[in-house]
Design a protein around this ligand. Structure first.
Ligand code: SAH
Length: 392
């Protein structure tokens, strides 16, 4: 593991709001607005409308987040625009790397001292960013470190987008050796439940896919939104007309066990959640990804593999098995490899495409379920990371 120097960011940002009571949303930022909104905002500041384009080209086109580096702006304009549209939302607290620099975790402090994490994962053919959508998480899944700490607050659109812009900048700098210098995939698999922060996550997705300079110009197919299965929000998601990849954290094919592993199942049952996921697949023509953390003697029995196989047979779905990652104080372990292999075999025999996710970032607590809000008390905690397998 390598502890990396924190990349300096602009010092002159308004911090005046830090003492507000939680949950306090951050100040407005360029990335909260679409291009028309940015034009209106700069005009209100008495600046010509073309400044919106100029700022957007810096931020989304060139991945410049530091206003001091936007040297083509006249000093007086820059000060005004910085204060109103480019407040520093994320302050890097710590960066950790493993896998020879191919996996990097950034711990961020937000304007109100809430903490979140993002992870960058480099592969020979792609770079994936795993981003947080909330500080903490309210879903209370007992095997997930983030779930143990509870929810602090939703992230704003710009707080989500800024994680991606930052990581795209790291990718562009060539720091991820052995990978192409372009961030191409984003997975909403960091801290938080994306569909519990619904409007902001949708808006963030729109910003990520809008062509530059309005947004980052990523392909919808290369964005994955992962959910515990909030059915009404999934239904709303279907109606958005997006074609991003949907991942469903199932973890058990039966209600008895899922009620325990994913407590929201007490409200929306396996059948209902799968129905919503299948409807999304039918609407978009895109295969859904079923996430299943394999936990020794808990959900890894052959009969559960068979039941899962029956539920998914003939559906536009594939299973992504995640060897359980260790979390502080957890009584659970990953399944032994032979058990995992048998689980995979049974699913494949049932005609269900199945992959086993690598455990990227474990060493830096950056793997799935290891991202925790409590970095202040727990050394090296982290949010959940996802392998890009799901976004293929
Ligand atoms: N709340 C969303 C987004 C988080 S994604 C969701 O649950 O889908 C993080 C993924 O990692 C989820 O599939 C989650 O269930 C899984 N996960 C959580 N803790 C884990 C652990 N300890 N080991 C392996 N996977 C874990």
């Amino acid at each position: 593991m390598t502890i990396l120097p924190v990349i300096p960011t602009s010092p002159d940002t308004p911090d005046a709001v830090v003492t507000r009571r939680r949950p306090a949303m951050p100040p407005r930022h360029l990335a909260d607005l679409d291009l028309a909104g940015r034009r209106a905002a700069v005009t209100e500041l008495g600046e010509p409308a073309f400044r919106a384009q100029q700022l957007s080209t810096h931020y989304f086109g060139r991945l410049v987040r530091d206003p001091a580096a936007m040297t083509d702006l006249p000093a007086a304009s820059r000060a005004k625009l910085t204060e109103d549209l480019l407040p520093m939302l994320l302050t890097p607290q710590r960066e950790l790397a493993c896998d020879d620099g191919a996996t990097r975790k950034t711990l961020w402090k937000l304007h109100d001292n809430a903490m979140v994490e993002s992870v960058l994962m480099g592969y020979p053919d792609r770079i994936t960013a795993c981003v947080s959508s909330q500080a903490g998480c309210g879903m209370a899944c007992p095997f997930c470190a983030t779930g143990q700490a509870g929810l602090t607050r939703n992230l704003s659109v710009a707080e989500i987008v800024d994680q991606v812009v930052y990581l795209a900048g790291v990718a562009a700098s060539g720091a991820v050796t052995g990978s192409p210098p372009r961030l191409s995939r984003v997975v909403f698999m960091g801290m938080g439940e994306p569909l519990a922060n619904y409007p902001r996550v949708i808006e963030a997705v729109r910003r990520l896919v809008a062509p530059a300079p309005e947004g980052l110009g990523l392909s919808q197919r290369h964005i994955t939104v992962s959910t515990v299965g909030l059915v009404p929000a999934m239904r709303r998601f279907i109606a958005e007309g997006l074609s991003v990849t949907l991942a469903l954290s199932l973890h058990a094919p039966d209600d008895d066990l899922r009620d325990e592993l994913v407590p929201v199942n007490q409200r929306w049952k396996v059948a209902e959640v799968l129905d919503a996921a299948f409807d999304y697949a039918a609407q978009t023509g895109r295969r859904i990804s079923i996430e299943y953390a394999l936990i020794r003697d808990v959900n890894d029995q052959p009969w559960r593999a068979d039941l899962l196989g029956r539920l998914l047979h003939g559906k536009l779905a594939h299973v992504n098995l995640i060897p359980l990652n260790p979390t502080p104080g957890s009584k659970w372990d990953a399944s032994p490899k032979p058990v995992e292999r048998e689980f995979v075999r049974r699913l494949r025999d049932a005609g269900v495409a199945t992959t086993v996710r690598d455990t990227r970032g474990r060493e830096i607590d950056g793997a799935c379920g290891q991202l925790a809000a409590s970095e202040l008390t727990v050394v090296d905690a982290g949010g959940a990371v996802a392998d890009a397998e799901v976004a293929r």
